[in-house]
Design a protein. Structure first.
Length: 316
């Protein structure tokens, strides 16, 4: 019996579908309305006494959901494995400095600090995520070595020649002033510094699914095409070594995260607010997946090197 058939049977019997089952049905393609798990007056399951500590300001249901989907301290698909793969060619060590832009919950910044020993400065445009990331870095004892602060991505300021490696993670697709941001980033590289960018780009055709995704992202800015990034990085004097479509890997991690969550969601005690947030996030990620599947949206990786030479004393 399908979920839809089972739903009809229980509804006719006068039963109330648990919120977890409603969400699972919705994920599988059935449009079921999300209701409160326990209506007023419903008996509480069990009589055990539970103690819940006071939640901190940054511990929101949406941040909790992100970590359930993508892992503790992360907020995007496959972020930990992707970070290791992106950073491996750089050859980081304890003497090198890293700037991460679009650091989210700071999981990648802490991973780099812990596994490579490098000092990481992390910038996140979303103030709520930045606050949560800073708290998680402090909790991990990495408040200084993986520091996370909020930034104004439209008016980005980067320390000139300050970093051996700059990592930019899905941070520019919704930015109006992409050229200004990339110029500041290029100036932030040390001599022989390396720049790694992953970002959403327009596919060959941008149809209705793409427009629905853009509306859901609530951004007025248009993502660039992959060619726009390649040309701009070269115009900024960088040596572009890699421009690769990594959509398939990203999509695989996206599906894996959501499928794992939906397989267990029926076991969770979700209230109405949590259920609504799950549904909103699932709708956004479903649109993103649809745009990726249609080829109207892609994720690209760019790896470029600074061509700036070290200045000798005789040059001054």
């Amino acid at each position: 019996m399908s979920i839809a058939d089972d739903s009809q049977r229980k509804t006719k019997a006068g039963g109330k579908l648990p919120l977890g089952l409603r969400l699972k049905a919705w994920w599988d393609g059935y449009d079921l309305e999300v209701h409160r798990r326990l209506a007023a007056g419903d008996p509480t399951p069990g009589h055990e006494v539970r103690y819940e500590r006071e939640r901190l300001a940054w511990e929101t249901p949406r941040i909790d959901l992100a970590q359930q989907l993508w892992g503790e301290g992360f907020n995007s698909p496959g972020e930990a494995d992707q970070t290791r793969a992106l950073i491996k060619p750089v050859g980081l060590n304890e003497s090198m400095s890293v700037l991460e832009i679009g650091s989210g919950l700071g999981g990648s910044a802490r991973l780099i600090a812990q596994e490579f020993g490098s000092w990481v400065t992390a910038l996140e445009p979303n103030p709520g995520l930045a606050q949560a990331a800073a708290a998680l870095s402090e909790k991990a004892g990495l408040a200084r070595k993986a520091a996370v602060t909020a930034c104004d991505i439209e008016n980005l300021e980067v320390k000139r020649a300050g970093y051996d490696c700059i990592l930019v993670r899905q941070a520019l697709f919704g930015v109006e002033n992409k050229l200004g941001a990339l110029s500041a980033i290029a100036e932030g590289l040390k001599a022989k510094g390396q720049l790694i960018i992953t970002d959403f780009v327009k596919g060959e055709t941008a149809g209705p699914i793409y427009e629905r995704w853009r509306n859901a992202e609530a951004t007025a800015a248009q993502p660039w095409r992959a060619e726009d990034y390649s040309e701009t990085l070269k115009e900024l004097g960088l040596d572009l070594r890699v421009a690769a479509d990594v959509t398939a890997q990203y999509r695989e991690a996206l599906v894996e995260g959501w499928s794992g969550f939906m397989a267990d969601v029926g076991k969770q005690q979700l209230d109405a607010e949590q259920g609504q947030i799950v549904k909103e996030e699932a709708e956004l990620w479903t649109l993103r997946k649809a745009a990726l599947d249609a080829g109207e949206l892609k994720l690209y990786r760019f790896h470029a090197l600074s061509t700036r030479a070290n200045k000798l004393l005789s040059d001054w």
